[in-house]
Design a protein around this ligand. Structure first.
Ligand code: HXC
Length: 256
């Protein structure tokens, strides 16, 4: 059986390719287990500074594998807490970029939203079409999409099941950048290398601070940010970063 994912390392960047192109990268348990188990040690590796998650040119991922789940009963879904293991991917602390080309539908859109940011090829199509199957989003679509694009647009996507293209996705804040399809990976890798070149402690803290904005009040969020900022003064990387600025040289961060 072919490996459900391909994991490559380019210096401090790890590129993860979902590898079921013929099934439009429909997310089955094999993919979920491979992503969560193979990336766990890399997430803890101080020499890994950024993850990039991508699919094929045609599909980032067309959602959960409908054929795998179609015949399941409620008690099976509930007792195995179906697809809850994706929470482990969302909880990885290494910055992660979703490079979306083609379809990102249902669980595919939800998986992209679990990443810290989405870079979309100009052929990307996003959607939460679960309603057409008689169900609703189950990996965060009703929650993360609403926080990212607001209630009205989220309702539109979740209730009609329509797709939105990359331009609309950028306009409404789902996507960070839209890039011509043939340049997608170059630009994603450039951003990933940039992030991976910074202090991993600082990038981890930065993403935790931004994520907190989706979880809490402004007052608590501001305090969380300020305390994290203070705590970074305990790191060698803060000393190195500021010293390098004063000495007009490039900082050499160690993640300490
Ligand atoms: C299983 C899938 C699949 C899926 C595509 N395939 N999406 N198999 N689960 N989600 C399979 C097709 O059955 C087909 O298999 C092959 O991939 C190619 O698909 P086509 O439809 O022929 O390709 P195309 O015409 O290019 O259309 C692409 C598509 C369409 C627009 C992405 O496949 C599509 O609408 N897929 C379903 C999208 C969807 O409803 N996603 C939400 C799933 S529910 P064969 O064997 O015929 O070649 C979900 C819930 C998440 O995600 C919550 C979990 C907790």
């Amino acid at each position: 059986m072919e490996n459900p994912i391909i994991v490559e390392r380019k210096e401090r960047v790890v590129i993860v390719t979902l590898n079921r192109p013929a099934a439009r990268n429909a997310l089955n348990s094999d993919i979920m287990n491979a992503v969560t188990s193979e990336l766990a040690p890399l997430d803890r590796d101080p020499d890994v500074g950024c993850f990039v998650l991508r699919g094929s040119d045609k599909a980032f991922a067309a959602g959960a594998d409908i054929k795998e789940m179609a015949e399941k009963s409620f008690s099976e879904m509930y007792s195995e807490d179906f697809f809850a293991a994706w929470d482990r991917f969302a909880a990885f602390r290494t910055p992660k970029i979703a490079a979306v080309s083609g379809y990102a539908l249902g669980g595919g859109c939800e998986l992209a939203m679990m990443c810290d940011m989405i870079f979309a090829a100009d052929n990307a199509m996003f959607g939460q079409p679960e309603i057409k199957l008689g169900v609703i989003p189950g990996m965060g679509g009703s929650q993360r999409l609403t926080r990212l694009v607001g209630k009205s647009k989220a309702m539109d996507m979740v209730l009609t099941g329509r797709m939105m293209d990359a331009v609309e996705a950028e306009r409404c804040g789902l996507v960070a950048r839209v890039i011509p399809a043939d340049q997608l990976m170059d630009e994603v890798l450039k951003a990933a290398q940039t992030i991976a070149g910074y202090s991993k402690i600082a990038t981890t803290a930065a993403r935790e601070a931004v994520d907190r904005a989706l979880e809490t009040s402004l007052r608590e969020g501001l305090l969380f940010e300020r305390r994290l900022f203070h705590s970074l003064f305990a790191t060698a990387d803060q000393k190195e970063g500021m010293k390098a600025f004063v000495e007009k040289r490039v900082a050499d961060f160690k993640g300490k």
